[in-house]
Design a protein around this ligand. Structure first.
Ligand SMILES: Cc1ncc(COP(=O)(O)O)c(C=O)c1O
Length: 465
């Protein structure tokens, strides 16, 4: 007998009483305006709740279930590894077979000149590790003042203390006294809202690079350690960079001897139709964070990848600073590593990177065909299997809705009624899409059709149609 049945309370009530949910409005659960949805199972791009309702998961969980739901190969790998060796730590030069093999595999797959990987648990801690390695690198070089980290408005790098501060969304800061630490902010790479009237994408990129140059010069290059950035800005609204952005930004960073930490938590392992976002945009990173697609979220795992030249400096650190005193109990967890191998086997055997490219191109085409002329849609954007629709009150005047109208959440709720999970993004009225990389063209048609029905319902209620 379960606790719930013994006490004669439902799972919903148990959850409501005892579970503090991430990224949720606290009072919703207590005052009963929201009932927790209990997810029960999944297969491919579909998930089902315990009431038997089936949803097309247009956001792959939190853009992480890249191989789709219900892959028993991964479950089997987890089971076998848990039986063989469920846990041993990686402190003090210990390791295990799946971890050693995964390090070798991931470094070989990685973009740029990556030489080592440190394993963690999720994107937030993966980014915090990269920041600490960047600080360590500058300290070993004797550049102890070179500590400031540049991040962008609307960036998302997690919700830890440093990673939450690096996130450029005010709601992640205000109640938590963030940001703390030496964090600088520069403009988002989003042409639609950021460009001056008539400014081309290329000119906008040049301006963003000039602003970065000015910022570093103003602060003093000898005080700036690194810049952290996602290849495509994700949770801030899914915004592919404008033409020419990455070459211009990298030139500025190189000129000032500032490291580039590329947050590949979303783009890594195929989402854009290339293995990493770095390859799509020609980015040459010094450090790289990976998570989500590494295990396709079957169990938690992240990686902080270190390039050869950064590692060469860390080597000197053994003499000058002693121990690399950074680690988590679960760094290099053998069960996570076994899951990662099984998930990456599927990515390779089923050519999911190619699928993301071809089906991703189809998704972008269908989104443009369907929504470019929609009276409430200001911008249709995306790359690979990452897409967004941005809704505006006045398309011609580029005017946003009032935040109190909560148009984004209303649209997501309308899509949910149509059996589609699309994500209302944190900033503005945006529906985001990042389906599992196994999605097919007919499933994309279904995703677009369900979106259209949901959006048109809201548009009709507001008098747009
Ligand atoms: C780009 C990026 N970095 C970091 C994170 C944080 O990852 P986690 O939630 O696993 O800590 C996320 C999460 O969505 C992300 O999108």
């Amino acid at each position: 007998m379960t606790d719930a049945s013994a006490r004669n309370i439902s799972l919903e009530e148990m959850d409501r009483h005892a579970h503090l949910h991430p990224n949720s409005l606290v009072r919703d659960m207590t005052n009963g305006t929201v009932t927790p949805r209990i997810m029960h199972g999944g297969h491919g791009v579909f998930v089902a709740d315990d009431k038997g309702r089936r949803f097309l998961d247009g956001f792959g969980g939190l853009y992480c279930v890249n191989i789709g739901y219900g892959r028993t190969e991964v479950a089997d790998a987890i089971y076998e590894q848990a039986k063989q060796l469920a846990y041993y730590h990686c402190y003090a030069n210990n390791t295990s077979a799946p971890v050693a093999r995964l390090a070798d595999r991931v470094v070989a797959m990685a973009p740029g000149t990556m030489s080592k990987v440190y394993f963690g648990l999720g994107g937030s801690d993966g980014n915090e590790t990269c920041i600490k390695i960047a600080w360590h690198y500058q300290a070993v070089r004797g550049k102890t003042e070179k500590i400031k980290i540049i991040s962008r408005d609307r960036a998302y790098h997690g919700s830890g203390i440093i990673s939450g501060g690096l996130t450029g969304l005010p709601s992640y800061h205000t109640p938590f006294m963030l940001p703390v630490g030496p964090i600088l902010r520069t403009g988002a790479a989003h042409h639609y809202w950021g460009a001056e009237p008539g400014e081309s994408e290329t000119d906008f990129s040049v301006r963003r690079a000039r602003e970065l140059d000015d910022l570093i010069t103003r602060e003093g290059a000898d005080t700036v350690c690194a810049m952290i950035a996602e290849p495509v800005m994700g949770s801030g609204g899914i915004m592919p960079p404008p033409e020419g952005y990455w070459p211009a930004i990298q030139a500025v960073l190189k000129k000032h001897d500032v490291l580039l930490i590329v947050d590949e938590v979303v783009c890594g392992f195929g989402r854009l139709g290339t293995l990493f976002g770095c390859q799509y945009y020609g980015i040459d990173p010094d450090l790289v964070t990976i998570a989500k697609g590494l295990t396709s979220a079957y169990v938690p795992m992240s990686g902080s990848l270190v390039s050869q030249h950064v590692y060469d400096v860390m080597l000197h650190g053994s003499d000058t600073h002693g121990l690399f005193a950074h680690g988590f109990t679960y760094s290099g967890h053998p069960v996570s590593a076994a899951a990662a191998h099984a998930a990456l086997d599927i990515v390779e055997q089923e050519n999911l990177v190619d699928n993301a490219r071809t089906v991703g191109a189809y998704l972008q085409k269908r989104m443009h065909e369907t929504f470019d002329d929609h009276p409430m849609v200001g911008e249709v954007r995306g790359v690979g299997l990452l897409a967004a629709l941005e809704f505006v009150a006045d398309k011609a005047k580029k005017q946003r809705f009032e935040p109190a109208q909560k148009i984004g959440p209303k649209l997501a709720a309308a899509c949910l009624e149509e059996g589609l999970i699309a994500r209302a993004m944190a900033h503005g009225d945006i529906l985001g899409y990042a389906p599992p990389l196994v999605i097919t063209e007919p499933e994309v048609d279904e995703l677009v059709a369900r979106t259209q029905r949901g959006v048109d319902k809201v548009a009709t209620s507001l008098g747009y149609l």
